[in-house]
Design a protein around this ligand. Structure first.
Ligand SMILES: C[S@@+](CC[C@H](N)C(=O)[O-])C[C@H]1O[C@@H](n2cnc3c(N)ncnc32)[C@H](O)[C@@H]1O
Length: 268
């Protein structure tokens, strides 16, 4: 796999880190790290690490004696992760073929990545293989788009203003909204003690424009949907009205997001 990111990939990774991570993803890290019981000295693997927010928080929890590895197939994400934190081992790779020996990690964690895996059964098998006997797994997955109404509304705006492919791209992260499907996959892989819990966290974007801009500039390009500056300006104007119901008096857009955390362990 090519390890170097193009300038465009790097900019997309930086855009993701700057726009999406603080607004949407950072609030979830404690749920996942608690779910995997990451302790001082733990050897942790974050699969689908993106720009690295979960791995960075795992590093803070595992301390100086811990070792944290973040893995993602997107060179721009890995390059951004490296820029932000040098003390995590960042690896380019996919969940379906983990480049690690069996029984390596005390904790395998992943947030908001599993819905993108091309072969979830293979990925769960790889998670199992990489986990030490007695080690723990924790995975965060969005509930359905109907349980995340701000994104349901944005998808509807994009359907109209850009086209169904753009609306569908916004819905993709919410397509694994049935926890039982994931429980089955994790169970087939051999994990024990499987449980899931639904959680709610507040998302907060500086404005509705920033929120939609995050989709247009940080997310749609991952689906090869690249809008002109003129189109972006047009969509931003048109999306303001729909999203005004989420606007706080201070101008920020604040809304609840819903996800479930699946936890399990590898039998001893
Ligand atoms: C929504 S981002 C989540 C990133 C990060 N976990 C976070 O919380 O910010 C989803 C990530 O899944 C990664 N991904 C997609 N397909 C993957 C695969 N087959 N194996 C591992 N990661 C994958 C993407 O490259 C992307 O970085």
């Amino acid at each position: 796999m090519d390890v170097s990111a193009t300038q465009g990939e790097l900019e997309a990774g930086r855009g993701y880190e700057t726009l999406f991570v603080p607004a949407l993803f950072a609030p979830w890290t404690d749920h996942v790290i608690d779910g995997a019981a990451v302790k001082d000295g733990a050897h942790v693997l974050d699969i689908a690490c993106g720009s690295g927010v979960l791995a960075r928080h795992a590093l803070a929890r595992s301390g100086r004696s811990g070792r944290v590895v973040g893995l993602d197939p997107a060179p721009g994400m890995i390059a951004t992760a490296k820029e932000v934190e040098a003390n995590v081992e960042w690896v380019l790779g996919s969940a379906e073929a983990l480049p690690f020996d069996a029984n390596t990690f005390d904790c395998v964690i992943s947030q908001f990545g599993m819905m993108f895996f091309t072969d979830r059964i293979k990925a769960a098998g790889e998670m199992y293989r990489a986990t030490k006997p007695g080690g723990r797994l924790a995975v965060a997955i969005w509930n359905s788009v109907d349980q995340n109404p701000a994104y349901r509304d944005i998808a509807a705006v994009l359907d109209k203003q850009v086209g169904p492919a753009a609306g569908d791209a916004v819905r993709v992260p919410f397509r694994l909204g049935n926890p039982n499907e994931v429980v089955d996959i994790i169970s087939q892989a051999g994990f024990d003690g499987i449980a899931f819990e639904t959680k709610t966290e507040q998302a907060m974007f500086p404005s509705s424009r920033t929120m939609v801009e995050a989709e247009l500039r940080g997310w749609l390009p991952l689906f090869d949907i690249n809008l002109s500056e003129e189109k972006i300006a047009d969509v931003l104007i048109k999306s303001d009205a729909t999203l005004s119901k989420y606007a706080a008096p201070s101008g920020e857009v604040v809304f609840p997001t819903s996800a479930y955390i699946v936890t399990a362990h590898k039998p001893l």
